[in-house]
Design a protein around this ligand. Structure first.
Ligand code: ZN
Length: 599
């Protein structure tokens, strides 16, 4: 095994700061005045989020500028360890009372982009259904942007801002089960931030305007007002982007047409037919040229700079094979009515739903590198394969809290290996996955602190994928594994789930309790270590797991490399006979991501 296990331990979690901060927020939210009221009652069916537990494991590291979608190379130095979340973190991350009292139904983001002034202005129509009687809801908008007014019908609503939150108050109680619509007008100069720019007024290599958004880490409220959390999603959305004539906007969903506004601007209208994460919503404005293709009845649309057209026509042909591979394992592409798009951008890439943004230089590998270093990554374009995998894991199935983002990144990293297996076979897939081992750090648990907008560590990608591959070996029956994967996706598609939902599903389908295995890999820093004690004279070897998780038990293959023996190890010593000497005795660490200690 090439990875090291440093097993850093944190002191027990102190929840008192969390409670204190929540109390401060409640007090601050109390003294509000209300002006006016109007209501429309158009109840619609809702997409429900699954159970979201309030408890959590260990405190999590807070990492700024860490990977959002495509992983980065491990940082040479570690980020500082976990720290108590700030009041702003909790306000941003908690599914607080003024978020939980309603369920999103619909957004219309109507935005005007002024490249000369580097400013935006617009309004967001939000429709939501009340889940309890209340007279306040929480939306979010960065402090850097102005709230111009919030209307319900013709009536202006009062609001209170606190950090990035905007508490909207209603003069009369909104009734449980009724749907309401408000219009949130805002304006200002968005701040460029984060790894991919957040909202960027840029220029392409020819010096033409190139304006784009990518805000997974920071949240969509850096450029438009929304209920900026992961648990609740609208059922559908309209996006209208007004830009100077001659530019092209590519956003999410189906292109509905463009309208000349007569003032030098053209509005581009897009319709998203499906639930969508806030951070997936994007605009990409540039001098794009367009070409298209189809995969069966699925429209494929590609938008690139004119000088890149030939390279793109060649490189983007990989999209079809990618879609075929993922449809083979999981079922139909999730956003068929919206089509599948690739949109050129200057950063590496992002899984913007149905409009995946691409900046991988029209080359195989990842930004010119052999990403897992074993000669397989150069066979395909990492960004097309990885970011598009998120259409199934991240966009269709979404984590209900950022803490459990491995559901996006661990799974999508594993999907890369499924693409490799579909194209080049299992041996290459296993080799590709094991190429990820040197990137694993094992410094913090994969699952971060819940409800505080914590960013999970980079291990959610590589260790997450190696763990899922280990699970395949635990199942030890590929036909069953393929059915499990397919049914798991189908069961949870278009839903927002937590790790508990994943574990419960696998437990139920396997008819055995795999919880301790999930917990060891996801909620502790160390991977399991198989301890082996040899008695060569007696021809025996004793084995047991050294782990943190109580009740841990996991089968593993060991013995001779050409004749593996499956044993069911626990944390208690057991013994098997062997004719192998200590240095001949192997453990199948290519298929089980574990450490081995021999004595
Ligand atoms: Zn990703």
């Amino acid at each position: 095994m090439r990875q090291t296990d440093l097993s850093l331990k944190f002191p027990p979690s102190d929840r008192s700061w969390n409670r204190r901060a929540l109390e401060r927020l409640r007090r601050g939210a109390a003294g509000l005045l209300l002006i006016c009221f109007a209501a429309s009652a158009l109840a619609r069916s809702t997409k429900s989020a699954s159970t979201l537990q309030q408890s959590s494991g260990s405190p999590t590291p807070q990492q700024s500028g860490t990977p959002t979608t495509a992983p980065q190379q491990p940082a040479p130095t570690q980020p500082p360890g976990p720290h108590p979340p700030t009041e702003a973190d909790i306000l941003k991350g908690a599914y607080g009372p003024y978020r939980a009292n309603n369920h999103l139904l619909y957004y219309h983001l109507n935005i005007r982009v002024d490249p000369d002034k580097k400013s935006i202005s617009g309004d967001v129509t939000t429709r939501f259904k009340m889940l309890k009687d209340d007279n306040r809801i929480q939306l979010d908008l960065t402090e850097a942007l102005n709230v111009d007014k919030i209307l319900m019908g013709a009536m202006q609503l009062k609001f209170e801002r606190k950090f990035g939150a905007v508490f909207v108050d209603f003069p009369e109680t909104l009734k449980k089960g009724h749907a309401y619509t408000i219009d949130f007008y805002y304006s200002g100069t968005p701040v460029q931030s984060g790894r991919f720019g957040g909202f960027t007024f840029g220029k392409d290599p020819q010096g033409r305007l190139w304006i784009f958004t990518a805000c997974e880490g920071q949240g969509a409220s850096i450029w438009w007002p929304d209920k900026d959390q992961w648990r609740d999603e609208v059922e559908n959305m309209e996006i209208s982007v007004a830009i100077p004539n001659g530019l092209v906007d590519v956003s999410n969903g189906k292109f509905m047409g463009k309208t000349d506004l007569g003032d030098g601007y053209t509005r581009w209208d897009w319709l998203v037919h499906y639930p969508i994460n806030n951070y997936d919503v994007s605009l990409n404005v540039g001098n794009y040229v367009h070409f298209s293709d189809r995969l069966g009845s699925l429209p494929l649309d590609f938008y690139v700079l004119p000088e890149d057209l030939d390279k793109a026509k060649s490189q983007f042909a990989q999209a079809k094979g990618m879609l075929e591979a993922y449809q083979h394992y999981f079922g139909e592409y999730p956003f068929k009515k919206d089509g599948y798009k690739l949109v050129e951008v200057p950063y590496s890439g992002m899984e913007h739903q149905s409009a995946v943004t691409y900046g991988n230089r029209f080359e195989n590998g990842y930004l010119g590198r052999d990403w897992t270093g074993v000669g397989i990554s150069p066979k395909f374009d990492f960004i097309i394969i990885h970011e598009s995998g998120h259409e199934w894991f991240g966009n269709s199935i979404t984590a209900a809290d950022r803490s459990d983002m491995w559901i996006h990144e661990g799974w999508t990293t594993y999907l890369e290996s499924l693409y490799v297996e579909y194209r080049w076979g299992k041996e290459d897939a296993i080799k590709y996955l094991n190429g990820y081992k040197p990137k694993v750090q094992n410094l913090y648990p994969i699952i971060a602190e819940r409800g505080v907008n914590a960013n999970p560590p980079q291990d959610q990608y590589f260790k997450g994928a190696l763990f899922i591959n280990t699970l395949r070996s635990v199942v030890n029956d590929d036909a069953h594994w393929w059915k499990l994967l397919h049914d798991f996706y189908q069961h949870f598609k278009y839903k927002n789930i937590m790790t508990e939902d994943v574990v419960a599903y696998f437990n139920q389908q396997m008819g055995t309790d795999l919880t301790p295995i999930f917990n060891q890999y996801l909620r502790h820093t160390a991977i399991p270590t198989l301890e082996l004690k040899f008695d060569e004279a007696a021809g025996k070897v004793a084995y047991r797991w050294k782990v943190d998780e109580p009740g841990f038990a996991m089968p593993v293959r060991l013995g001779a490399k050409d004749n593996w023996q499956m044993i069911h190890a626990t944390t208690e010593w057991q013994t098997i006979k062997t004719t192998l000497k200590k240095d001949e005795f192997a453990v199948d660490t290519d298929h089980f991501y574990v450490n081995v200690e021999k004595e």
